[in-house]
Design a protein around this ligand. Structure first.
Ligand code: MLT
Ligand code: ZN
Length: 467
């Protein structure tokens, strides 16, 4: 043990190897408090070369390592045990280059997502990945999990936002794939194998990200509706009305909005009366475009006129826009105020969301009549967080004992609708059973062969993604 700590200290400097349990607690505390995590030590490398040396050293010592970004993931992908090393990337945090002409930014893995967004903005560019944890999550973690968020509808998932990556392989070699070209049709697509692999095939240490024109014009609206079907119809209308510049189309249930308004300080419902469903829609435009705003206004007015929607507001300035966006962010935090919650991150084709949701409600209510479905999510992508809150007449612990049973019900239904049991949060250790149950067995066989090829000793984030 002392040899290992000393060996790591020789690579990164002894002060960057943490063994003290109090000091390592921020790396082993997991955001949802669902998993117990521990570690032999936390190591904080500053360069890609140091990461490569750590990986080589672990290979020699037969020591498993868990790569970790901002430790904000929901699936336990960065959880370790007492015999494993946590390698956290917070010191590997340089923005290497911004190239506004090429619309690219080259960054190290430990850069905080919000810093990347702000740097892009200073150059009049947008890095569109946007999610609740952006103030603390690291881009390396976003890449490792192929993170989603609220702008996927227009800009895509993390995979769609990357041109090239640098990866440390399990043998300590560095794969120099920092491609910045838009067109480079050579070889296999290794980039997309490592992105989303949750650190099980290699460790991403840097990336070339795609940038976009900064949207100086933004039309933000909130709509009240009676049904999901109306929301799906509105989605198409807004796609056309915005010339396909609709970036965000987020669904919130009445219970979610009411809970946020009740429990989050300063939060308000902009409408006079409640609606079963609310949609936050955002349209981006690279110019201040009053024409676009009028067009969206007309579209919503027509939808009101023909009864598709029941009420609507359009933000008239940046402050109002921020308030509407914050409502969507706050409903996630607000759920904690009504007790324990069993979460889901499922997706089905947009055309099936309404039927799927009705089926999901019926099934949950049949299983536990007083359970409180608390759905919200990215309706534009068909990705719904069909979360369930505890019944008022049941204790939190008793309710959470049903986690597995309720997950199984939800995921079985999702499967019946040709959906995914994990649309954006990944697998980690949380959804290993689902991988075995729902994924195609031939694909699973290939995954295992790829894992064996790229990590023959099984030391890279073992037990995550695959058993
Ligand atoms: C969101 O869409 O707000 C998140 O993915 C939900 C979550 O963190 O559970
Ligand atoms: Zn989400």
């Amino acid at each position: 043990m002392t040899d290992v700590i000393e060996g790591l200290g020789r690579i990164v400097g002894q002060q960057h190897v943490i063994t003290d349990k109090q000091k390592s607690a921020i790396y082993t505390e997991e955001p949802r408090g669902r998993y117990a995590s521990d570690c032999l030590a936390v190591v904080l490398p500053e360069t890609t070369e140091e990461v490569a040396e750590i990986v080589k050293f672990c290979g020699q010592q037969n020591l498993a390592l868990v790569p970790q970004g901002g430790n904000t993931g929901a699936m336990g992908g960065a959880v370790a045990n007492k015999d494993q090393l946590i390698v956290n990337f917070k010191r590997l945090n340089k923005i290497i280059e911004v190239n506004p002409t090429d619309y690219t930014m080259t960054v190290q893995a430990g850069c905080i997502l919000a810093n990347i967004q702000e740097t892009a903005k200073r150059h009049d560019r947008l890095f569109p990945l946007s999610l609740g944890a952006q103030g603390s999550c690291q881009i390396g973690g976003n890449l490792a999990t192929n993170a989603g968020g609220i702008n996927v509808l227009h800009y895509g998932n993390t995979r769609d936002l990357v041109l090239g990556i640098e990866v440390v392989l399990s043998n300590g070699k560095i794969s120099h794939g920092l491609n910045a070209l838009r067109k480079n049709n050579t070889g296999y697509d290794l980039k997309n194998l490592f992105i989303g692999c949750e650190g099980t095939l290699g460790i991403i240490t840097a990336a070339v990200l795609k940038l976009f024109p900064y949207p100086k014009g933004q039309v933000v609206s909130l709509t009240g509706l009676e049904s999901i079907d109306s929301g799906v119809a509105l989605l198409s209308r807004l796609k056309f009305a915005s010339s396909d510049r609709l970036t965000t189309f987020e669904l919130m249930s009445q219970i979610a909005v009411e809970t946020a308004v009740k429990h989050i300080h300063g939060q308000t419902d902009p409408f006079d009366k409640p609606y079963p469903w609310y949609i936050l829609a955002i349209v981006h435009s690279s110019e201040q475009d009053s024409h676009l705003k009028h067009h969206i206004e007309d579209t919503l007015a027509t939808a009101l006129g023909d009864g598709l929607i029941k009420d609507a507001v359009i933000a008239q300035n940046q402050t109002q826009a921020q308030r509407l966006i914050l409502l969507r962010e706050d409903i996630v935090e607000a759920q904690k105020f009504i007790g324990g919650s069993i979460k889901h991150d499922v997706s089905v084709p947009v055309s099936k969301v309404s039927e799927f949701m009705a089926h999901a409600y019926r099934t949950v209510k049949a299983f536990m009549p007083n359970a409180l479905p608390y759905p919200y999510g990215h309706l534009g992508d068909g990705n719904i967080h069909f979360n369930i809150s505890q019944p008022a007449d049941m204790g939190k612990e008793k309710f959470l004992e049903n986690w597995k049973a309720i997950n199984t019900l939800m995921h079985d239904i999702t499967h019946d609708y040709q959906g995914s049991f994990s649309a954006e949060h990944g697998i980690g250790i949380s959804k290993l059973d689902e991988m075995d149950k729902y994924k195609d067995q031939t694909e699973m066989e290939l995954y295992r062969q790829i894992k064996k090829l790229l990590d023959p000793k099984g030391l890279l984030n073992p037990g995550k993604m695959l058993r």
